[in-house]
Design a protein around this ligand. Structure first.
Ligand code: NAI
Ligand code: MG
Length: 490
């Protein structure tokens, strides 16, 4: 043992250190007891409702609507009317003005939105504040810039809007996914019916107040809440010309079947099982931070999460050791505490799924490691988890867990890394860590993934297209590419 190792050996486990709590002010958010559906610029009283909760405490937050087929139809009618009676004729620079307003209002109200996002979804306030909110505003700013330049985006074409976009989003990045969907749709001149996920409706409902402040004409954006039944109604509505979906691969496939032959446009952003690949020449401490960010960011509820770690055999031991040590410093707990690094699991349903897959990993023969940490009694929690001794055939190496669970595999050569990384039905993202620029390019060419990060992970920018191959879906969001699904270019 070296002197340093002896010292580290005696060091207290960091998770046992006590920290003063640093809670963000919850009263920045004023909740209503009950919310309706936002249709034609007005609140429509919901006929049926359910209770939305905080996953960190299971405390009820508000009653929200479970939209019926008639309510969905009302929203689609409002979107059709707004499209026909003006929005499609609004001059592109006017459209840009609304988008710029929305972006600025989101910036002004970002603290309020960040608190609400963490309260309803369970993600750490540090992330809602520093990632979700700035990126949501940036997305509106970015597409505001394109609204009056569509003919430059697609030279020698006559870009025209499509009509009404039906948009269904998941619960892992509620406001950010709303921004990814609504900003390009409006920039291209369409109107929208959007449904947030059933566990995280509140930021989309607060966003309706942003639309009101921005004086967006009534009916241009309509928001209905509810579960998959409401989503299915949007998909099959005759008044919808284009469907954009982000969520599970199973639902994505069902939607594709439903729409086959209808002529409606479709984009699907589905799951992933990304490989984060560490070569022996990589800067190890940075790579370890990238691994942590890749899988524990947002409790691993990330479609592009680096959930399979591929480590070159010669550095397997130091990487695993550094990683385990770093895990003991992750703080799991109250999402509204500014020091929290890992928040609550979004729902009971998701927690059950994570627990089931983790149990399968242990059963199939993988070795599990979890740092010592005390999980709160109430709410839905799962300790950051690492699996070693994982074979490619194990379910934890094949299936999307969508939780804070990392499966570690090894490789010897770059060819083997590529083969293992691509050995998945998905193809959304990948990470490569190496000092060699030529190797980065060599790998990026061979990885069947929509996004390949090099010496970083989970980086997003509105100007960069994002989307998948294979069972991760099709179509791109972000960048100039992200306009295409919302335009008729023929
Ligand atoms: P989900 O696909 O059921 O839900 C996503 C959205 O689709 C929600 O708004 C939901 O209400 C809606 N939806 C559900 N059924 C629908 C239908 N038949 N027609 C139209 N819309 C429908 O995902 P769920 O059940 O919440 O999560 C299951 C798994 O899916 C997760 O464990 C994760 O592996 C994956 N997932 C992937 C996401 C991604 O970003 N790629 C996001 C959410 C979940
Ligand atoms: Mg589902």
């Amino acid at each position: 043992m070296t002197e340093l190792e002896r010292k580290q050996d005696r060091a207290p486990v960091p998770s046992e250190w006590t920290y003063a709590s640093a809670p963000e002010a919850r009263d920045l958010v004023t909740l209503q007891d009950r919310y309706g559906h936002y249709v034609g610029g007005e609140w429509l009283e919901a006929r049926e409702t359910y209770t939305t909760i905080s996953p960190a405490t299971e405390e009820p937050l508000a009653e929200v609507g479970q939209a019926t087929p008639e309510e969905v139809q009302a929203a689609v009618d409002a979107a059709r009317e707004a499209y026909a009676n003006g929005w499609s004729d609004v001059s592109p620079s006017e459209r840009a003005k609304y988008l710029f307003r929305i972006a600025r209002i989101l910036q002004e109200r970002s603290r309020e939105f960040a608190v609400l996002e963490s309260l309803n979804g369970g993600k750490p306030i540090k992330e809602s504040r520093d990632v979700d909110l700035p990126l949501s505003a940036a997305h509106f700013f970015y597409y505001a810039g394109w609204a009056d330049k569509l003919e430059y985006a697609f030279p020698n074409r006559k870009p025209r809007p499509i009509g009404v976009a039906g948009q269904i989003i998941p619960w892992n990045f509620p406001l950010l996914m709303l921004a990814w969907k609504i900003a390009p749709a409006l920039a291209a001149g369409n109107t929208v019916v959007l449904k947030p996920a059933e566990t995280t409706p509140l930021s989309a409902l607060l966003f309706c107040d942003v639309l009101r402040q921005a004086e967006l004409p009534p009916g241009v954006v309509n928001i209905v809440t509810g579960d998959g039944r409401t989503g299915a109604e949007i998909v099959k509505s005759d008044g919808v010309d284009k469907v954009a979906f982000t969520g599970s691969t199973d639902v994505g496939k069902a939607i594709q079947r439903e729409l086959a032959g209808t002529g409606k446009k479709l984009t699907l952003e589905l799951g992933g099982k990304a490989a984060n690949i560490i070569f022996d020449d990589a800067a190890l401490d940075q790579a370890v931070e990238g691994i942590i960010n890749g899988i524990y960011f947002n409790q691993g509820h990330v479609c592009c999460a680096g959930s399979r770690l591929l480590v070159q055999e010669s550095i397997y031991e130091p990487v695993v050791e550094k990683l385990k040590r770093r895990l003991t410093t992750l703080r799991v707990g109250d999402p509204l505490d500014k020091n929290t690094g890992v928040g609550a699991i979004n729902s009971k349903q998701q927690l059950d799924k994570i627990q089931e897959l983790v149990a399968s990993g242990a059963e199939e023969g993988a070795e599990i490691y979890q740092p010592p940490c005390r999980l709160p009694e109430q709410g839905y929690w799962f300790a950051p988890t690492v699996f070693t001794n994982v074979a490619q055939s194990y379910r934890i190496a094949q299936e999307e867990i969508f939780g804070p669970v990392l499966s570690i595999l090894t490789f010897r050569t770059p060819d083997e890394a590529v083969e293992k990384a691509n050995n998945t039905p998905y193809g959304l993202s990948a990470g490569v860590w190496t000092e060699k620029g030529s190797r980065i390019l060599w790998m990026a060419e061979r990885l069947r993934a929509g996004v390949v990060w090099a010496n970083t992970y989970n980086r997003f920018d509105p100007s960069s297209p994002f989307g998948g191959y294979k069972e991760s879906g099709f179509g791109r969001e972000g960048g100039r590419h992200g306009l295409e699904p919302y335009l008729d270019l023929t």
